[in-house]
Design a protein around this ligand. Structure first.
Ligand code: NAD
Length: 409
């Protein structure tokens, strides 16, 4: 059983929504596998496999990214589609959950080949996506340009310009302001609210950021701007530490210029494991999955962990975090800022409006702070940890909609 299913089962048991809903939510509503023949640069045809999995749409149209990755398969996409159902429900977005993918290696493909794959994939799934059916977005190795091709292909198929079929588009094509920093800001908000819940002030709290990429660097920047002291950061090449605090805007520039955090002025080099074990108040894992595991969890000293990455904590490590009394802001809550701004992009497109960045950011903050307190309330109500609470809350919300809709035919 996958981790998500275990959490869903637990959520169903704890909340008492009814055992039959486990079987109901265990399987996605739709799993589509498509073949994508593409003419390659040498004139030969190569056929790729693509997927779109729609897990549940009781709360609204399906929503979820599309990834292009060599090992992507139906099982992976299905597990991620399920996770989206609960991520959208925990922040109370009127969406269900979906995910898509094409099994390919974008690093070996030309831009033209990528465009042809995207357009043919869109054509193959066009019947099951749509502004009120299923709204894709970028994920691993897909970007705003890929979304623009998807939108254009879909629009041509249905015969009208339909920007609201996809989110994460370039801003001139209806993309939202604020999308780039949304996930990192959400992670920072999660950390800030947890710090407040522990009755600590933001001023001078020490933060370590694992994975100084899109999510990690924006989380660090916001926390820095709110008065925290970001003392450590890392990327795949290694980590840096300065107990006096890193100048985050300058570090972002340094990383842009050199491609790494290593060698930043006034910092000393540390290993990935040393970063995790630093004496800090807040730890932000925002690199890859499973870095907080049986081997690394023992040395963790942070009081708060706000999970930017998807699944950075393994199940056995999670148990240890609970025993240590560390306040965890779980991934489905902490990194939901991206999908929240995606939702705002969709709303802007449907209403043919363009909101300024400040409006997007402020609306997002309201949603995430509310979700944080909903999870905290659920955790108290059922006397469970915050990760279980996030699933209890989202399972309750999904099941409530399923019950109200009934089964037809
Ligand atoms: P990114 O590629 O911009 O950044 C990832 C960073 O992690 C890179 O700097 C990379 O060098 C570093 N890294 C890789 N392995 C590492 C390791 N072992 N130790 C330390 N650093 C390491 O990706 P991103 O968009 O910032 O995404 C980061 C995580 O957040 C992923 O798990 C992703 O699934 C998740 N996430 C991202 C978004 C989003 O909107 N970008 C939304 C939800 C979840």
């Amino acid at each position: 059983m996958t981790e998500v299913l275990k959490r869903v089962k637990e959520g169903i048991e704890v909340t008492g929504v009814g055992d039959e809903y486990y079987e109901f939510l265990r399987y996605p509503k739709v799993q589509m596998t498509v073949s994508i023949p593409v003419k390659m640069r040498d004139g030969k045809i190569r056929t790729f496999l693509g997927y779109r999995v729609q897990h549940n749409n009781a709360r609204g149209p399906y929503k979820g990214g599309i990834r292009y990755y060599p090992t992507t398969d139906l099982d992976e996409v299905t597990a991620l589609a399920m996770l989206m159902t609960y991520k959208c429900a925990v922040v109370d977005l009127p969406y269900g959950g979906a995910k898509g993918g094409v099994q390919c290696n974008p690093k070996e493909l030309t831009r033209d080949e990528l465009e042809r794959i995207t357009r043919r994939y869109t054509y193959m799934i066009a019947d099951i996506i749509g502004p009120y059916k299923d709204i894709p977005a970028p994920d691993v190795y897909t970007d705003a340009q890929v979304m623009a091709w998807l939108m254009d292909t879909y629009s041509q198929i249905v015969g009208k310009l339909t920007p609201e079929v996809v989110t994460g588009k370039p801003v001139p094509l209806g993309g939202s302001e604020g999308r780039e920093e949304a996930t990192g800001l959400g992670v920072a908000i999660g950390a800030r609210e947890a710090v407040k819940a522990l009755n600590l002030g933001m001023k001078g709290i020490r933060v370590a950021v694992e994975g100084f990429g899109n999510v990690g660097s924006y989380a660090a920047l916001y926390l820095h701007n709110w008065g925290a002291k970001v003392v450590a950061a890392s990327d795949s090449k290694g980590g840096i530490y300065n107990p006096e605090g890193l100048n985050v805007p300058a570090l972002i520039e340094h990383k842009k210029r050199t491609g790494a955090v290593l060698g930043f002025n006034g910092s000393k080099t540390i290993s990935h494991e040393e970063l995790l074990h630093l004496d800090v108040d807040v730890l932000i894992p925002s690199a890859i999955e499973g870095t907080i595991n049986a081997k690394t969890v023992g040395g963790i000293r942070a009081r708060v962990i706000s999970e930017g990455a998807n699944g950075p904590t393994t199940a056995d490590a999670d148990k240890v975090l609970r025993e240590k009394g560390i306040f965890v802001v779980p991934d489905i809550l902490a990194n939901a800022g991206g999908v929240t701004v995606s939702y705002f992009e969709w709303v802007q497109n449907l209403k043919r409006e363009k909101w300024p960045k400040e409006e997007v950011v402020s609306k997002m903050e309201t949603k995430l702070v509310k979700a944080f307190h909903d999870v905290l309330g659920t955790s108290r109500r059922y006397e469970v940890d915050t990760r279980s609470a996030a699933f209890c809350l989202s399972v309750e919300r999904v099941c409530e909609s399923v019950k109200l809709l009934g089964i037809w035919p």
